[in-house]
Design a binder for this molecule. Structure first.
Ligand code: ZN
Ligand code: ZN
Length: 369
């Protein structure tokens, strides 16, 4: 089927609809709409995508993961945009967005949007409901990650800039419509890191893994994947050369310096508030697989902080040993606190999973000069 400028113009004006462009060949098993192969009933697929992400994230983060996936779908609209441009139709971003969703909606996918507000830096769109808000109605929260990502992708494709879309009203959250606010943003490290600390994003959203090239980046910072047994291997090697206690001390010191350096890096990136600095470090190390923070308590009388962790990297690497093993983790905690609050502290592991305790528990107290 040949599709030209007149077809797009007729569709935009509403003189024609997509039904004239549907080709269904049941023998060949192909279904094309507007010259593009498609398929019917995406409900099962959409539900599966949300549930697959929810299985290892929470609901809120699953919505964000779906948003990331559909950003790529939106980026694919560049082909259509260029085709229109070539045929002499140079639509502004918001109008192109409306056209994309009109085409999709008539095929049973995207929502028919109404433009609420538009400027160079902000576009607000509204619809009665989206298909994912119906499919995921029982989540009772803003769920339209498909549309958020799709909008971001389309806008990125046609403007070459970064857009961030939020859903401020959602039918699945009990509102009378789904309303999306897309803002053109500068994609800074700070912006992304804060989203992770607030729980609006998981670090997986910002991992750029190029296995073939041999590189991994986490929010623009190079990182590596390390096997967990590095910790037992390193400790055993140090033990052989200098004995167990000094080896623990060396590890403690090395990881304390690393924790402090890590905080310095956050400071260079524009984070200044001490509590945010330490929360950021705890969130990142936790999401990178170093430990899970169970609780964090403060004893005013003793001026002592107690941090309870589960799955510390060392206790998992060593397994059951009958004694405390988390020297690196203790050092790391001390370094994070020292770097964030600008004080001198001493971290001690008072309970350890490897010793047989339920959790690894650390006390952090001011270091006597
Ligand atoms: Zn919604
Ligand atoms: Zn431990």
């Amino acid at each position: 089927m040949k599709i030209g400028k007149e077809d797009f113009e007729a569709l935009i004006k509403g003189e024609k609809d997509i039904s004239s462009y549907i080709e269904l060949d049941t023998v060949a098993g192909t279904y094309s709409v507007f010259g593009v192969r498609t398929a019917s009933n995406p409900n099962y697929l959409i539900k599966a995508i949300y549930e697959m992400n929810e299985a290892h994230l929470n609901k809120k983060l699953a919505v964000k993961a779906v948003r990331k996936l559909f950003r790529s779908v939106g980026l694919g609209s560049l082909g259509l945009f260029n085709l229109l441009k070539k045929s002499g139709m140079d639509l502004p971003p918001a109008e192109f967005l409306l056209l994309v969703f009109k085409l999709q909606h008539q095929q049973g996918w995207g929502a028919p949007f109404e433009l609420v507000e538009q400027s160079d830096k902000r576009i607000v769109l509204r619809t009665k409901h989206t298909f994912e808000s119906e499919i995921l109605k029982d989540w009772k929260m803003p769920v339209c990650g498909v549309h958020m990502g799709w909008i971001e992708g389309v806008l990125m494709a046609v403007t070459g800039k970064t857009w961030y879309c939020l859903e401020r009203k959602c039918v699945a959250n009990g509102d009378d419509c789904c309303e999306f606010v897309a803002d053109q943003v500068e994609p800074s490290w700070k912006f992304k890191a804060q989203a992770v600390v607030k729980g609006d994003s998981a670090i997986t959203e910002f991992i750029e893994h190029k296995p073939v090239k041999g590189t991994i980046k986490l929010i623009d910072d190079p990182v590596v994947i390390m096997p967990r047994f590095v910790f037992s291997s390193m400790m055993n090697s140090l033990k052989k050369t200098m004995g167990e206690l000094p080896a623990g001390g060396v590890n403690y010191r090395a990881y304390m310096d690393m924790g402090k350096e890590n905080i310095e890096h956050y400071k260079k990136m524009g984070i200044t508030e001490p509590k945010t600095l330490s929360d950021m470090a705890f969130t990142f190390y936790s999401q990178m697989g170093w430990f899970r923070l169970v609780k964090d308590e403060w004893n005013e009388e003793k001026k002592e902080k107690t941090i309870t962790l589960d799955n510390t990297v060392e206790s998992e690497a060593f397994g059951s040993t009958g004694k405390n093993v988390c020297y690196c983790t203790a050092g790391l905690l001390a370094g994070i606190i020292e770097g964030s609050f600008g004080i001198k502290v001493q971290a001690r592991e008072i309970k350890c999973h490897s010793k047989g305790d339920e959790f690894c528990v650390f006390t952090i107290s001011n270091k006597a000069e």
